[in-house]
Design a protein around this ligand. Structure first.
Ligand code: SAM
Length: 302
């Protein structure tokens, strides 16, 4: 890519100018806080540790700040933006700031929660269809960050690596391990797919408008194999355990099992102390609980 014109990133003046072109008043409900600092974009792209063969998926490209940084290094980039005004302006911005990389971009106007691997394969017929996305890199809309990550990991099995900017508390939760105060259902569910870690903090001043919360980066690598068992069944146990996280598992899983006594029977069969709390269990132990129930249910129907 050395003989291509250089990619130029968006600064504060350009971000405001693009917003004016659209007469855009950023909305809180869509988490519209735009990065206007090139160094932050470069930092996110570096932390994503992309290979030149990566096909990157970006959720919420907004005015294109991170999009331009990603186009500089990725083989192909597919972006999914829910706001049709932002999605429509993006190709013009990319032509102006990354003219040599325009062909690498595919824009999908949609809610990220509706994205499937099939939808991503149905790219613009004028483009060379890239292979399925291998990495997710995004400054995620904060109110839907966790469901979007979990949805895409389930729907797009080719995604191996994730680098996302999220609210700092959410970053802590996603990267937390069993026994910590911040460990919860999102931590255990993400651990089903692989390993997450915090990858640094981001200052509020790099955004326009300045958000009311702190931000942080989370890096994630998909594991080679998820724990044994049915994902939906394991996630149901996780949800039940954390819905009442201060209770013992015997009590917290009573509704899920049908009664406290049956919850105790399942836990004992799984080799888990019924008086323990869900916050000390790792994802493999949650999987053992789901499997134990399956065995007991199957025996009862024989
Ligand atoms: N990536 C840009 C940046 O760093 O400057 C914008 C990030 S901004 C925090 C989040 C973006 O996600 C906005 O452009 C917003 O319109 C978009 N968005 C919000 N909810 C979405 C959803 N459910 N699916 C796709 N995009 C969404």
């Amino acid at each position: 890519m050395t003989d291509q014109p250089p990619v130029t990133l968006l600064g504060p003046v350009e971000v405001r100018r693009l917003a004016e072109v659209l007469e855009l008043t950023p909305t809180k409900s869509l988490g519209q806080n735009f990065v206007h600092d090139g160094n932050t974009v470069r930092r996110i792209v570096a932390a994503a540790d992309l290979r030149s063969t990566d096909h990157v998926l970006e959720i919420g490209p907004g005015l294109g700040s991170l999009t331009l940084g990603l186009l500089d290094v990725a083989a192909a980039l597919t972006v999914v933006e829910i706001d049709p005004r932002l999605a429509a302006l993006l190709p013009t911005t990319v032509r102006a700031h990354a003219p040599g990389r325009y062909e690498a971009l595919t824009v999908i106007t949609a809610d990220a929660m509706t994205i499937t691997a099939d939808r991503l394969a149905l790219t613009d017929p004028d483009r060379v269809a890239p292979a399925d996305p291998t990495a997710l890199v995004a400054n995620l809309p904060y109110n839907v960050a966790v469901p979007v990550i979990l949805h895409l990991l389930a729907e797009v099995p080719t995604l191996r690596r994730i680098l996302v900017m999220v609210q700092a508390e959410v970053a802590d939760r996603l990267a937390a391990g069993p026994g910590s105060k911040t460990y919860g259902a999102p931590s255990a569910k993400l651990a089903w797919y692989g390993r997450a870690r915090r990858a640094g903090s981001i200052s509020r001043t790099v955004f326009w408008p300045v958000p009311g919360v702190d931000s942080a980066l989370v890096a994630f690598d998909r594991g080679d194999r998820p724990p044994a068992g049915d994902r939906a069944a394991v996630f149901a146990v996780i949800d039940a355990a954390f819905a009442q996280r201060r209770k013992t598992l015997r009590a917290a899983l009573a509704d899920w099992a049908g009664s406290p006594a049956f919850a105790e029977q399942i836990l004992t069969r799984a080799g888990i102390d019924p008086s323990a709390r869900g916050e000390v269990l790792n994802v493999h132990e949650f999987a053992r609980i789901a499997a134990a129930r399956e065995v007991i249910d199957a025996a009862a129907h024989e």
